[in-house]
Ligand binder design. Sequence first.
Ligand code: G6P
Length: 612
Amino acid sequence: MCGIVGYTGKREAYPIIIKGLRRLEYRGYDSAGVALVNEDGLKVYKKKGKVADLEDTLVGVNLHSHTGIGHTRWATHGEPSDRNAHPHTSQNGEIAMIHNGIIENYAQLKNELLKKGYTFKSDTDTEVLLNFIENIKTNNNSTLEEAVRIALRRIVGAYCILLVDKHDPETIIAARKGSPLVIGIGKGEHFLASDASPIIEYTKEVVYVNDYEMAIIRPDELILKNLGNEKQTPFITKLDMELAAIEKGGYDHFMLKEIFEQPTTIQDCLRGRLDAEAGTIIMSGIEKYIGQIMDAPRIIIVACGTSWHAGLVAEYIIEETCRIPVEVEYASEFRYRNPVVNKGDVIIAISQSGETADTLVAIEKAKEQGAIIVGIVNAVGSSIARVSHTGAYTHAGPEIGVASTKAFTAQLAVLTMVALKVGYAKGTLEKDRYLQLCKDLAEIPAKAAEVLKLDNQIKTLAEKYKDAPDFLYLGRGYNFPVALEGALKLKEISYIHAEGYPAAEMKHGPIALVTEVLPVVFVATKDNYHAKVVSNMQEIKARKGKVISIITEGDTVSPTLSDDVIILPPTDEILAPMLSAIPLQLLAYHIGVAKGYDVDKPRNLAKSVTVE
Ligand code: G6P
């Protein structure tokens, strides 16, 4: 969480930084700020609220400078306020710093500094680290670079920091551990950011900074060092992202654009891998480890949020097709509860951003215990992708809307291919069924396009139900995780309380909530459990709940029990979640918009949770 941007070069820094911050707002939008340095000194401007609020306050201000840093915040230490906004300035006013992460031993450092007479203007851990650096610099009469290096050796926690010094107006000092940092290399200029989106329109050459590395950046110079002061060779990567992918392209919101991209993103994910006619699935990362995966005594899936829901679907698919026991763990629980991980266990880490702190640390720990880590990641070059032994990218392109949509269906597409490939190789998935599933999977993009034609119908439904105070989402089997995901989407975007539940389990509690005003969304596409789900519909109807059912073409029974039906094209039950998730995304989107909320930036949330 928190987005950081930096620039040094010949252009005006402020417009580049502000544009970059707008692109990174998905990482947090509690406050925004910039620090600009030039021959006349250091200026810091910051404001509670979104980047646009900061811009409004700066109209008419002279912002001339060729070097600067900017920040968009997701609050951890200290409430969202002007005072707690970054950049922070050191006590002597000479250094400004922005930070993404959490300094865990800040209290101890703060006490040391208080004893030395330091006072603090904010409640943040960032200001503590900054004054700690300033104190080292003053006491040792050292350069800022040296002071940062010495300070970081004492830091416990996660950080990506950028600093500028009033007396050195062409230099940015950067360092990272646990929070991402990309440096864009231009001609006589450098760009820094939390991800490549602020950089893409200026240069495609980037360096992903590693943990425990520092960068000293000037217009014509990029020096990379480890914390032992040894120079490192920057590994330059070419970005394959296009600018159009991070713009709205005529849609009102990124979320809607991303929902509508799904036929393409699922296709992109299958392209070059699945050949349904030949019955082949080529995934080099999986092939390399296929022996270990087939023989794994156990697969543990770790993830958070929507990615965790994709993991639940994958559990069902892998157990069915590969006959390997699968456990699905919240990364945050897994990393702290001393789990049993044995050599040979395979850990599948699922993450859109590839930067989620809990997922990252969970897999690092499991790796130490001898597990094989398979990363299913969207963001190319991200930390989780790099820590994993192997994996497969989801190729959904940048996802900007805070609520995950296209990343989810792409994760399902990749996980399905992994399961089919391993199951077929292992012999637990029979050839006929394997070939049929390959064919059905190849048809999913076209079927997703069919589902999107229901958009107007779903918009009307959203109007009808938008004032309900609660929603219940029910499903069985493969559709149970989809019910969870539908409820999560609604909570995130429309702030309506929603619960997802296994359809049968609702008898053990949630049924008490059913009244004539409670909308109950049944994810009830045709599958082995369909008759059972229909019985659950009867139970809700008998208690006068409002039933909205997501069903398959040809189902004549569910409509008789439903107040509203959304009819999807048929597919195999294993693949149904890729289709049944889409109307739920649209429903959440349209309810959020109907209620007048900022669906791309829902309150309190951030897209990339790089704190634990
Ligand atoms: C945040 C986002 C969710 C996402 C989750 C996991 O909560 O708002 O949309 O599902 O993090 O993120 P990851 O990038 O690891 O998939």
